[in-house]
Structure formats: C-alpha cells, structure tokens
Design a protein around this ligand. Sequence first.
Ligand code: SF4
Length: 306
Amino acid sequence: MTKHTTKSAHVLKHQCKDGSGGNQDLGIRQGSQGTGEGCQGTSLGTGHGNLGISQGSLGTCQDGSGSSQSGSRFSQSGIIDLYNKISKLYPEAHSELLEPFRGNPVDVLVATILSQATNDTLSKRAFSELKAQFHDWESVLVEDPCNVEAALACGGLQRQKTKKIRSALSKLKQDFGDITLGPLFDWPKQKSMEYLTSLPGVGPKTAACVLAFGLGKPAFPVDTHILRIARRLGLAGKKQNASSVQNMFENLVPDEIKMPFHIMLIHHGREMCSSRKPKCMSCPLKETCCHAQEAGTLPNEPIEAR
Ligand code: SF4
C-alpha cells in the first residue's frame, strides 16, 4: 500500500496497560508517523520484553488462536516487544504515499482508493494525473466520468476506481453540503470509522488510513503485508481475515505506536518478510515466529516468549 522511507527520531517510554511489561522501551521516534503456523509456544520469561503470557497460556501456532482477550497468542506487552525489535530495523520509517496528504482526509481517501490492487508508483502517478487535470474534487464529480477514467488509466482499474471515487465524493457532498471530511476531525474515532466504512468503496483498511493519516486519529490499517506477517508470527490465525486482524491490532497496539508500527510492518513485509522468500535468518522476530520455527529456520524447540 505504501512505500516508506526514514526520518529522525527519539525514543519514548510506555507503561503497559496490562501491567505485565512495566516501563518498556517503545522505540517511538519523534517525527515518525503519528504514525503461524505449526508450533506450540510456551512462556520462557527471558527477562527482556516479557510477552506477558504465562506458561501454558500461549495459544498454539497451528490455528493462531490464543488465550488473550484479543484472540491473539500475544498480549499487549508482547506486541510492544515486537515493536521495539522491529523499530531498531526501521527506526525512521514513514509513508511516502500518504505522508504528503497528512491532515487532508479527502486526499487520503482518494489516494488510498487509488492504491488498491496496484503498486505505489502507479497509484501516485494516477493521483498526480487526477490532480493535474481537475481543479478540485467538485470537478471530478461534475465532469464526464470518461475524463476521470482517462486520468486514472496510468494506475489501472480506472473504471472501477472512477466509480468508487465519484460515489464517495458524491456521498460527502450529500452529507456535508460540500466535498469534505472536515466534520470528522471533531467526531469520536468510532463514529468516524462507522461513517467512513459506510462510504461506497471504502473498507476497514481504507477507512483506517483516512483516520490515521487524514484525521490524525490512532488507527491500525492492515494491508496484505501486515496480514501475512501477522499470520506467520502467529499473531493471527491462518484463515483470519484482514478485517478481523485489523480489529486485533486495534485492541492490542497502544495508540501512540499504531502509526509507526503499521508503517514498520509494511517495511518489513517488503524488505524482509516477503511473500515468497522471507529472510528469517536475518529477522529480529524469528525467535517468536511460528513460520520460522515451522520452516526449520530455528532449532526444533518450542518458540520462546520474550
Ligand atoms: S522470522 Fe521470517 S516469517 Fe517470521 S516475521 Fe521474520 S521474516 Fe517473516
């Protein structure tokens, strides 16, 4: 969904809400976006970054089901431990695709719809073409849709995306008298999420992108990279869908790290935990990863809970 690069930062601290992890190093960077399978786990209590899962309470990797209230085999402190490890790998991650639209929720909405089922380069090109050929969102709505399709042709799926974008913009105008999402800045997060997912062509991931990047509300969009990593780590079940995994992350990830963790996991999916050839030997998460254990990357012993 997004291509990410880096920027400078400093480390903050976090007190775990579940009380199991103490005052842990969250590795949150100032200036950052702000923003399993096949093994039986046990809690080994190594002393650093305690996952907060007592022995016998860690869910199995085989079905990804866990014993925590979130349904994941990880608790919140376990998530924070993952975050601290991965933040050392991508300490200054940010989103190239959506960062330019921070605070502009309609732009984020359109850019995210354009990013569906294509890569960042093509979706950015399509967005630029759209902006170059139409003065404002009102023009996109009133002009011949064939012209919008022509502008979006470089990104692919132009017919479907034109329909989605125009339908969403039309709904905004109908609801707010203008093409704006401005009122949502003052709405509670849940109300905003419900409204956004009621828009044509907007699912949970796109809505969460608008919340996080456009409206500055804590949200954790789950794309294909994050879904794959969550399943491999055993955070989620093999067949758990993206919407359910997004809910899990929403509940487990502290608000202050939702944005950077989301971005770093996408980095990780692109650079290390790729679909075809994950580089498990180099991965800082391998000792708590079900996939690494199953693939024989690690000694055939129960995965440690740290
Ligand atoms: S250990 Fe391998 S499968 Fe697990 S998160 Fe890292 S790269 Fe992905």
